[in-house]
Design a protein around this ligand. Structure first.
Ligand code: F6P
Length: 324
């Protein structure tokens, strides 16, 4: 391997810049050439490339977003699009790729690498933490801190007005952000897609805690939760069925995707970036770099992409006990 291409694809995540930086500097360290691909697979299809050296990635470790930009490419889902991408890679003498993104990114990488027998290594970058084979994805820790900071502020006003707040957080089909930020922010209830609580149990539980002396409440709702899917309807249902609370809704949205990455995410991204170049040099193909029990590992794309979200019963118990 002489020349490695690097791209970011799918929803951006804080720490992606730190991961690109680590890939670029690892290439410089190993005396390999490195090429940045703009806008994920879209830039691959169009040949939108730029040579990167160690100095091209200065002053970005602290920056949110991705300087290579990101996209969700429809073209790469077609054989024709992938053929164009392959032709551009051959023309530019790029002989391996590092792709930073989530499950959509790895699905594309797997199809592409098998179709053209092209070496690809993945780095998990998504705030959702919904990838198998790694304990953490890049951006997740920063997003958790953003959510907790936001809920702390909501708590102030909820408390002043004796209100109940529904706070919607991201995560697509995974409840990781909701569950962990919910515990960290001291939420009263946490609604996640992995567990169907049902509206009646929710009302009963809120009634019990009101009786026990609570004067305000925060319910963290994961965007993928069944009863939380229409959060404004849920707010109305609670107001109609639970006496004595005014209910307000706060949808945190894309602020969860931005901001300067936490130290944890910067270190994780740096380790994974170095791990990705090491893997390519060790002739490992079609694997994702993960972190398991604090150690860098490589996991076949197939394994990273499979599996249901598992419910962490210990965390649920902690949430239940600490919100009594
Ligand atoms: O996968 C990251 C994520 O932020 C999810 O949490 C969310 O469901 C989705 O992306 C939002 O996508 P978009 O950027 O297209 O609004």
């Amino acid at each position: 391997i002489n020349k490695i291409g690097v791209l970011t694809s799918g929803g951006d995540a804080p720490g992606m810049n730190a991961a690109i930086r680590a890939v670029v500097r690892s290439c410089a360290y190993q005396k390999l050439e490195c090429v940045g691909v703009f806008r994920g697979y879209e830039g691959l299809i169009e040949g939108d490339f730029k040579d990167l050296d160690a100095r091209s990635v200065k002053n970005i470790i602290n920056r949110g977003g991705t300087f290579l930009k990101s996209a969700r490419s429809k073209g790469f889902r077609t054989k024709e699009g992938r053929q164009k991408a392959y032709n551009h890679l051959v023309k530019a003498n790029i002989d391996a790729l590092v792709v930073i993104g989530g499950d959509g990114t790895f699905t594309g990488a797997l199809v592409f690498s098998e179709e053209f027998d092209f070496p690809v290594v993945g780095i998990p970058g998504t705030i959702d933490n919904d990838i198998n084979g790694t304990d953490f994805t890049i951006g997740y820790d920063t997003a958790l801190n953003t959510v907790v900071e936001a809920i702390d502020k909501i708590r102030d006003t909820a408390n002043s007005h004796n209100r109940l707040f529904l706070v919607e957080v991201m995560g697509r089909d995974a409840g990781d952000i909701a569950l962990n930020a919910g515990i960290g922010a001291g939420a009263e209830e946490i609604l996640i897609p992995e567990q169907d609580m049902g509206k009646d149990r929710l009302i009963d539980s809120l009634r019990r805690s009101k009786k026990s002396g609570k004067t305000s409440s925060i319910i963290v709702v994961s965007e993928g939760d069944q009863i939380g899917k229409n959060i404004f309807e849920l707010a109305k249902y609670i107001e109609d069925n639970l006496e004595g609370y005014e209910v307000r809704v706060s949808v945190l949205g894309h602020i969860q995707r931005g901001g300067s990455p936490s130290c944890y995410d910067r270190v994780l991204a740096s380790r994974m970036g170095v791990g990705a170049v090491d893997a390519l040099l060790n002739n490992e193909h079609n694997v994702m770099i993960g972190i398991v029990h604090s150690k860098i590992v490589s996991v076949p794309f197939e394994d990273a992409l499979k599996g249901e979200n598992e419910l962490d019963l210990e965390l649920i118990r902690v949430a239940d006990i600490t919100s009594i």
